[in-house]
Design a protein around this ligand. Structure first.
Ligand SMILES: [Zn+2]
Length: 941
């Protein structure tokens, strides 16, 4: 969910409508003058060069010199001048290339333009190299630039090798590390535009690159001599989409309207929650470059939603702090942030604020993920958002507590209001980026050695204390998902091994092939941070530690929410068993670079049927391919025995007709499945499957959950289409679809959609009351409506089913996202996103293949009370429920009693059809691989 905190009460103001229509725009009168001065200087250079050539011509030409000599002389002069120009960095300034100044009012540079400009810079200067790091979701090349001094550029491989050696620690003595730190350069990663509607950072990249390459002042030279900048466009698709959307609406009443779709192929804002999971192709490109190619010392991720009226949020961060961080990281972040504040105020850039709103306890952000890989990772949030339209603010627009302009330790130069333009945001970003580079240059040797020191400390810590390793047994509920987890960790640069002999640890015996992640490796704290159960600190307990006032106040009843989730443990989310080694490991291990899980076709008897387990996600890929091929599939309605073996309810029974053995062997091999071929077994028949016609609702209120759902369905190869408001309002849904999915979004967003006047007319409104009637009709006529998490509130309110949300009155507070969505908490109940224990009714077709008890993501979820009240588990309607015992596995919950015995997922019949409520984060951010099956089963039910 988007948690944007920009508060503006003044409507956007236009300065000069006419001048912005022209191709060259310098209407940006309020902008700071420094960069304009640089541009002026460079244009003076051109004029000076031209003047020199003219002089030469007038001096040389009158003399009668032989043609060839004349040409030679001229060539010499011109090339000499061009060398002078080159050496002085007179490369093409962005305004010359673009036709407008970077950050000019009403102009957003798109990615295609940025790419061309960077390629031009590469041609013009030896200080920059442009590289491709992969392809985006929308098939654009994803580029980054390497920028450094000319000398450093000649030795990039050597400097990268030094960074790698210091990061990986292995085989390096302290003396050697000191020598390498003295020789090395600080590799600094700056990425822009991960959140594409936060548009100033990607604009600033062009100015920053130009400034660094073109300037010859001592400060820039010092920066380039000591650092190697890796400048990354983190979300090219988004940069293109947002710029195109803005430019097509500029000058219309919808100039500052929000784009009605997410700013990349799937995840929108959640792309910055994917770093520890690496579901998205862009995240994988970034991870590979960070952890396997460049090993930077500092990572700076630009964002743009400062808490109003501050102009930029900078480190130090808010509490809580993740306990799995080496103290040098925290110090490093604070150091860089404080230096940045100093540089901003030195340049008269008021309004930098720190120390509240953004915490970094959650390791899924790009700007916190790096910490666990010895990269001092920071982010900033500059003011303004999503457009290049200037705004004017008076103090009356400020929240009351900011109107006195009272300076404080972490807000010493309060912003006083006035004009704020994209160019101002760009200037703040440029100052901030240069500050990070400057600090990294100043601390070059210490940061480089610090990288080694932190790694060495961590290796030595886990050589002496538990956990000594994490063990991932081969015996798993869903083996291919366990292998997927291992492969994602390998991508991130974690060292993983396999036992080549049986071994014993903590009294348990593990067979050959067991995966082992020893903790005596430099990036071990990442494993700890994502594997262990999170104990979210109760912030109300630490007033003296965290408030920073003379006599701190206690808040005994306060709930103090984290910025994002409080619990995220990946093994629990993914349903993978991972065991902590509490004693030192004595095992024979072989390092692996890929987790390979063989699958096979086991033949017994004549082989008229194939049996496929309902436990693994990959089984659904197999079933979808079989259905596509016209295969006959049924599911066992209950447990049954065949060939002396017991099979669980929901086992897929596939007729062998039309499915050649080689095809089935191919499925088994590719999907790591054990498929059994046997004589037609005697089993309690369940439903016969046919490929469902699936429609996924897509609102013009861009929904990340819709994007993630789409991503998950594509992975498992479910064919589906998106349906929009117009189609739902038109009706006759049953003619076209068997299943309708509503992602996690508020009832208000679904029914009312965008308000009139806030977006172009095509994107106004929701499904409206007519749509609700049509959906009820769809279900009555035999369709299935599936609602996910928050989307269940829509079904509860509108479908006329006998159920209420037991948490409705408890999840009210100030942190809601809109009028009708759930709230963060109340004094009695508060659960900000945690992993909870859940019981599954494995005899219900929607919970086939699930364990009796497992882990589920509670994320601003409802909890159901069914009518008439029936004890959970006794009712055929109930798919999943919260047990009557301790619920918390990982994270934080207050008021657990309100959830116990409540229903989390249930089925309701309406005439010929059904409504299935999956009322928790079954596929939240595509991370809980352990509960995806509920959605897949519901689609096939
Ligand atoms: Zn952001």
């Amino acid at each position: 969910m988007t948690r944007t905190i920009i508060i503006t009460t003044t409507a956007p103001l236009r300065v000069d409508v006419k001048s912005r229509q022209g191709s060259i725009s310098f209407v940006d009168k309020g902008a700071k003058k420094e960069t304009a001065f640089v541009a002026l200087l460079s244009s003076l250079w051109y004029k000076a060069g031209k003047w020199v050539i003219e002089k030469i011509r007038s001096v040389v030409m009158p003399y009668k010199i032989k043609g060839t000599v004349k040409v030679l002389l001229l060539a010499l002069f011109v090339s000499g001048l061009s060398a002078v120009v080159q050496a002085s960095g007179a490369v093409t300034p962005p305004e010359k290339f673009l036709g407008f100044r970077v950050g000019a009012d009403y102009h957003l540079v798109n990615y295609d333009q940025a790419l061309l400009y960077f390629k031009l810079l590469e041609k013009e200067s030896p200080k920059i190299r442009v590289q491709e790091m992969g392809i985006t979701g929308m098939k654009k090349p994803m580029i980054y630039a390497v920028i450094s001094s000319e000398d450093n550029m000649k030795n990039l491989d050597r400097y990268r090798e030094i960074s790698r050696k210091l990061a990986l620690v292995e085989g390096l003595s302290e003396d050697q590390a000191h020598q390498l730190a003295a020789e090395g350069k600080a590799v600094v990663w700056i990425d822009v535009g991960i959140h594409a509607t936060e548009c100033a950072p990607s604009q600033h990249a062009l100015q920053l690159a130009y400034d660094l390459i073109a300037s010859e002042d001592p400060d820039t030279r010092f920066i380039l001599d000591n650092t190697i900048l890796i400048l990354v466009f983190a979300n090219p698709d988004g940069m293109q989409l947002v710029a195109e959307w803005y430019q097509q609406n500029v000058g219309t009443p919808y100039e500052t309207s929000f784009m009605p779709w997410v700013y990349n192929l799937y995840a929108g804002h959640d792309n910055n929650r994917d770093s520890y999971m690496n579901n998205l192709v862009e995240t994988r490109n970034i991870t590979r470059l960070l952890n396997r190619v460049w090993y930077p010392v500092v990572l700076y991720d630009h964002h743009q939603s400062a808490p109003f009226p501050a102009r930029i949020w900078i480190p130090p961060a808010a509490e809580p702090t993740n306990p799995n961080l080496h103290p040098l990281f925290i110090r490093g972040k604070n150091l860089i942030g404080s230096a940045m504040g100093y540089d901003l105020d030195r340049e008269g850039k008021d309004g930098a604020i720190s120390r509240f709103l953004f915490d970094f306890i959650y390791p899924g952000y790009e700007d916190s993920f790096g910490d666990y890989f010895h990269i001092i990772s920071i982010m900033t949030e500059t003011a303004l958002y999503a457009y290049a339209t200037p705004r004017f603010y008076t103090i009356r627009d400020f929240p009351e507590e900011y109107r006195d302009l009272t300076p404080s330790a972490f807000y010493p130069s309060p912003w006083k209001g006035g004009w704020w333009r994209l160019r101002d945001a760009v200037d703040y970003c440029v100052t901030a980026s240069k500050s990070v580079l400057r600090t990294s240059a100043l601390y070059r040797e210490r940061f480089l050695f610090g990288k080694y020191q932190m790694g060495k400390d961590i290796v030595s810590r886990f050589t002496k204390e538990p956990p000594y390793a994490w063990i991932i047994p081969r015996e798993q509920w869903d083996g291919p998902t366990a292998a997927l987890l291992v492969n994602r960790l390998l991508l991130q640069g974690i060292n993983i091994y396999q036992a080549d002999k049986t071994f014993v640890c903590d009294g348990l015996t593990y067979p050959t092939g067991t995966w082992v992640i020893p903790m005596n490796q430099p990036f071990a704290l990442f494993i700890k941070a994502v594997f262990e159960e999170q104990e979210y600190p109760d912030l109300s307990k630490y007033p003296t530690l965290w408030q920073g006032v003379v006599r701190p106040q206690k808040f005994p009843d306060a709930y103090l929410p984290p910025y994002d989730l409080a619990g995220w443990s990946l093994p629990y989310q993914m349903g993978v068993r991972a065991v902590r080694a509490n004693t030192p490991l004595d095992a024979s291990l072989v390092r692996v670079d890929k987790a390979v899980l063989p699958g096979k076709l086991l033949a017994r008897g004549a082989g008229t049927a194939y049996l496929i387990s309902p436990q693994t996600n990959n089984s659904f890929v197999a079933i979808n391919r079989i259905l596509k091929k016209g295969g006959a599939v049924t599911r066992a309605g209950e447990t049954f025995m065949a060939n002396g073996k017991s099979y669980v309810p929901g086992t897929f029974v596939v007729g062998s007709r039309g499915l050649p053995r080689a095809f089935m062997e191919g499925l088994a091999g590719e999907l790591s499945l054990d498929i059994e071929s046997l004589d037609k077994p005697d089993y309690p028949k369940g439903p016969k499957l046919k490929a469902p016609r699936i429609a996924l609702y897509k609102s013009w209120r861009a929904s990340m959950d819709e994007g993630w759902t789409r991503w998950v369905l594509e992975q498992v190869e479910f064919p589906f289409v998106n349906v929009f408001n117009a189609e739902i309002k038109a009706g006759s849904l049953r003619d076209k679809y068997d299943v309708l999915i509503f992602p996690s979004m508020s009832t208000g967003d679904i029914i009312n959609g965008n308000k009139l006047g806030t977006v172009p007319p095509d994107y106004v409104g929701g499904i409206s009351d007519v749509g609700v009637t049509n959906i009820i009709k769809f279900v009555r006529e035999g369709g299935t409506l599936i609602t996910l998490n928050d989307g269940c509130r829509f079904a509860v309110d509108k479908m006329g089913i006998s159920v209420r949300d037991a948490l409705a009155s408890l999840q009210e507070g100030e942190d809601g996202y809109d009028d009708s969505s759930p709230k963060a908490g109340s004094p009695e109940f508060f659960c900000p996103g945690s992993i909870l224990r859940m019981n599954f009714n494995t005899h219900h077709p929607v919970a086939y293949g699930m364990p009796e008890q497992g882990a589920a993501v509670f994320y601003y979820s409802p909890a159901f009370q069914l009518f008439p009240v029936v004890p959970p588990g006794k009712d055929g309607q109930v798919i999943a429920s919260y047990p009557d015992e301790s619920l918390l596995i990982s994270g934080y919950i207050k008021g657990e009693k309100y959830l116990r015995n409540k229903v989390a997922a249930a089925e309701f019949s309406i005439d010929k059809g059904k409504v299935i409520l999956l009322g928790f984060g079954v596929q939240n951010r595509a991370q809980p691989y352990g509960t995806f099956k509920l959605l897949f089963n519901a689609l096939l039910y």
